[in-house]
Design a protein around this ligand. Structure first.
Ligand code: URA
Length: 477
């Protein structure tokens, strides 16, 4: 009989283990007898004991999850076993593919324009998708950008877009394909029939402390991106105190695992790891971030937002053979952004997805949509050494701009803007940020917390680089 130690050694080498012990023999015999009616308790036991699962078992498990054949407690226990035992590359790939195939995939007609997208693990103030989708369309790509909603302190692209009057985030499969073919891009929610396995598994992970598992995150993100039938993908993995992968080495590992699996699945993919200790840009909140995206498309707005938009476009140009170096990719993207065409495409995207452009213009002309706006002024002054994105993200969530749990409806008008960036020199009583709130009481509470999110230095401060690492086939070490 094989010892537990031997089993783990075999597991680490990725070798498929069949009948290595009396128990496993029983497992296989029983499975053979039951045929497709697998006993999932034994699969759960196998994962608990660190045995590498066969691809076909993982496929059957995902199929049964979606068919409602496994009770939630067994699914949750399996997820916890994965959390502790991990998954080999082969297991993660099988899980990803089975999740991708659990529902509809987007199916696009033959076209010389490649299908591309960007995915970010999320951050505070991250509005990059809004200017990026139209920019990529203008660079000659097709962009079926399936976006998500915010949870906790990280905002969601769909919530931001819903602060635009009339904008529809729900499109069906035919509408997505038609708009991508005609305009070159759409930004919308996943349809009900895409990747149902992820919806079920994510909801359980969220309430069973099993979200931060690298194989589960990899399968969750990539199954959704693979269902878009992409040719090329750029991943943004954020790290720092406001990122969901706070630890830098874990973020690097996640990026590397996702890059290797996506490429193995036939989608050319590179990743960019970026810092998320301070917010991206100078605004956090749904409507205020739309304003900042609009500014970016008009060649204005914060430099860090613009730089990341150009970075992701540059990486995609490089990995699709349209640029020879990342520098020339970024330069091409910059020339296109500054031509004004992406702004026109953005407005057309809004129109096609139901936005009332007159009402939108009207909103843009107003300083705020919120009932109350309060300045946050510095007590001391000096160079901003730190602006804590976690604290600022929590303030916006607590103002009503985010969700504590799925299903909460965020207030789209609240948030922070004019946030002083690290490195900025602020006088005593100088402006650190503005709070947009629903009422005076929540504004007053936010003002105090925002002030405490800043740390000053008497000496000039150099901002930590935003871009920490690029990795993938285009960026060999
Ligand atoms: N985002 C996802 O889509 N899935 C995860 O598991 C984590 C972040």
């Amino acid at each position: 009989m094989t010892s537990a130690k031997d089993r783990q050694r075999l597991t680490r080498t990725g070798e498929r283990i069949r009948m290595i012990s009396g128990e496993d023999q029983a497992f296989n015999l029983q499975r053979a007898r039951l045929g497709s009616q697998m006993n999932f308790l034994q699969l759960l036991e196998a994962k608990r004991d660190g045995i590498t699962l066969l691809s076909e078992d993982i496929e059957r498990w995902v199929h049964a999850v979606v068919a409602g054949e496994i009770p939630d407690y067994q699914i949750a226990a399996f997820l916890m076993a994965v959390y502790f035992r991990g998954m080999t590359e082969g297991e993660t790939r099988a899980l990803t593919m089975a999740m991708r195939d659990s529902g509809d995939r987007l199916d696009f007609p033959e076209d010389k324009r490649l299908l591309v997208d960007k995915h970010s693990t999320g951050g505070v103030g991250d509005k990059v998708s809004l200017p990026l989708a139209p920019l990529l369309a203008c660079l000659g790509f097709r962009v079926p950008m399936i976006a998500g909603r915010g949870l906790g302190i990280t905002g969601g692209t769909l919530d931001k877009l819903e602060s635009i009057p009339g904008f529809r985030t729900v499109l069906d499969r035919e509408q997505i394909v038609a708009q991508v073919q005609s305009l070159g891009c759409c930004i919308c929610a996943q349809t009900d029939r895409m990747v149902p396995a992820d919806r079920i598994l994510y909801a359980l992970r969220d309430v069973t402390a099993t979200v931060p598992s690298i194989p589960l995150i990899t399968a969750s993100i990539l199954s959704k991106k693979l269902a878009e039938s992409l040719d090329s993908l750029v991943l943004n993995v954020t790290t720092g105190r406001a990122a969901f992968m706070a630890d830098r080495s874990a973020a690097m590992e996640l990026a590397s695992r996702m890059v290797s699996l996506a490429n193995a699945c036939g989608v050319r993919t590179n990743a960019v790891v970026t810092q998320m200790d301070s917010p991206l840009g100078t605004s956090i909140g749904n409507w205020v971030e739309v304003r900042e995206s609009e500014a970016c498309l008009l060649g204005r707005g914060p430099e860090d937002v613009r730089s990341l938009v150009l970075e992701f476009a540059g990486v995609l140009l490089l990995q699709t053979g349209r640029a020879r170096t990342i520098e020339s990719g970024r330069a091409q993207a910059e020339a296109e952004l500054d031509s004004g065409r992406p702004w026109t495409t953005w407005r057309e995207l809004l129109r096609l997805q139901g936005a009332d452009l007159e009402a939108y213009e009207h909103r843009l002309r107003h300083d705020t949509l919120a009932a109350v706006v309060r300045d946050v002024r510095s007590d001391s002054g000096g160079y901003v050494r730190d602006s804590d994105a976690r604290v600022l993200g929590e303030v916006v969530r607590d103002l009503g701009g985010g969700r504590f749990r799925k299903g909460d409806q965020p207030h789209l008008e609240v948030g922070l803007d004019a946030i002083a960036a690290p490195g900025a020199l602020v006088d005593k009583q100088g402006l650190l940020a503005r709070v947009h709130a629903q009422d005076a009481m929540s504004a007053a509470a936010a003002v105090e917390r925002v002030r405490q999110a800043f740390v000053f230095s008497d000496e000039p401060v150099l901002r930590e680089p935003l871009l920490l690492k690029r990795l993938g086939p285009e960026f060999p070490r």
